[in-house]
Design a protein around this ligand. Structure first.
Ligand SMILES: [Zn+2]
Length: 404
């Protein structure tokens, strides 16, 4: 029996994916012992938070071997530049504004704040990416954010006008401690905003590969309102973002600072109309997941018979859930092309598909390529124009399997 990590209520199980390796745990040799855990998606009927039943210690996921570097995508770089502009607009009338980003990664967003000479601090526990942020002139505290970190920042720098985070909050298991720290660190008229993959997109598109160890939570406006309320804060606004297959940016203020916006009200009513507040609405999710996996395996088996060669594109954390749950291994996918230097020549967690460089992929010119990085599809199709001209085809699988 699993308990809600926010309110302590008993959780309902949406679906179990069985034993899974760490999604970002690319291995150097196949003999490596791999840590496995039960990947179980749950729903709290009391506070509406969708979350993992079993979680993995953060130190096992976000360490010096953390392979996710934000700045490798041009679309994401532009997205974060826009986010920085929003922050700069927000603090433009302040005397000496102070911005704190939780999980600043390689500084993809905060470098724009630093360039404006605005006081900033990034919190980043993964030393290798923190180093990249420091090289961009960003002040970095290399630890996990909690109440102690908040106290230390207030002591050394004062309270913050803006606290933000992108694709980080859903990773943090102890959200109550995070929000307590934020409430302490934020000025009374300050604003918190953060964005993460959006539950309604995941459920509607059945994009189940978003579900893996690092994503402890799958937020909606309904669950975030409840969480904020528990910490004397309120959901003030929501803005949908097209990145990562559909994300939501949530704006939180301290209690008593005005009404919720119309667009946020609209989002909340859409969530209610879909039924994100009831377990019944999630019960056909497993059937949909199984159907996509079956269709994909049938398609791949047919192609494999005909052409004998299929590559993968983008050794993403997301691909770990898909490959392990659908049991797609090196007998079907010959290798996966990736541009992250630390992943090349390693193997995918659990399924042990070799990872090769993009140069290898281009020289090999496989007839079919399974696109794991589907959230960057437009950018990738543009980049791989030549490959497609030569007859190369991409296979995608959300919301259904297709070849183009
Ligand atoms: Zn709960």
């Amino acid at each position: 029996m699993y308990k809600c990590k926010i309110c302590g209520n008993e959780l309902n199980i949406i679906m179990s994916f069985g034993k899974m390796p760490i999604a970002n745990g690319f291995i150097s040799s196949i003999s490596d012992d791999e840590f496995l855990y039960d990947l179980i998606l749950c729903f709290c009927p009391n506070c509406f938070m969708v979350q993992l039943g079993e979680t993995v210690k953060p130190q096992m996921m976000f360490n010096d071997n953390y392979h996710f570097i934000s700045s490798t995508s041009k679309v994401m770089a532009e997205h974060f530049e826009d986010m920085a502009k929003e922050i700069i607009d927000h603090v433009s009338d302040k005397k000496s504004p102070f911005v704190v980003e939780i999980g600043c990664n390689d500084g993809i967003m905060l470098k724009h704040i630093a360039a404006q000479k605005i006081k900033q601090i990034g919190i980043e526990p993964s030393k290798n990416v923190a180093q990249l942020a420091k090289e961009k002139g960003i002040n970095v505290i290399e630890e996990f954010f909690n109440l102690n970190t908040a106290e230390k920042i207030i002591r050394d720098y004062g309270k913050a006008d803006v606290i933000c985070g992108a694709n980080v909050f859903c990773h943090i298991e102890d959200l109550n401690s995070l929000f307590a720290g934020i409430n302490l660190l934020l000025k009374d008229n300050g604003i918190l905003f953060f964005e993460d993959p959006y539950l309604l997109d995941i459920i509607e598109k059945t994009s189940f590969d978003q579900i893996y160890d690092e994503h402890v939570y799958y937020f909606s406006g309904l669950s975030i309102s409840e969480l904020a309320r528990r910490h004397n804060m309120q959901l003030a606004d929501m803005a949908h973002q097209d990145v990562h297959g559909g994300s939501m940016r949530y704006y939180i203020k301290k209690d008593g600072l005005g009404a919720i916006t119309d667009r946020a009200k609209e989002c909340l009513s859409q969530e209610k109309a879909f039924g994100l507040q009831k377990i019944e609405s999630y019960l056909d999710f497993k059937d949909k997941v199984d159907r996509i996996c079956q269709d994909l395996k049938t398609t791949l088996a047919k192609i494999k018979q005909e052409s004998n060669r299929i590559a993968g594109y983008g050794a993403t954390s997301k691909s770990t859930t898909l490959l392990n749950y659908a049991q797609i291994g090196p007998d079907i996918i010959d290798y996966i092309s990736d541009i992250t230097p630390t992943k090349i020549n390693k193997y995918t967690p659990g399924t042990h598909i070799p990872i090769r460089s993009h140069e290898f992929f281009t020289a090999d010119n496989p007839p079919y390529t399974l696109l794991f990085a589907w959230n960057h599809k437009e950018e990738i199709l543009k980049k791989e124009k030549e490959y497609r001209k030569r007859g190369g085809k991409f296979i995608t699988y959300f919301p259904q399997v297709s070849i183009e």
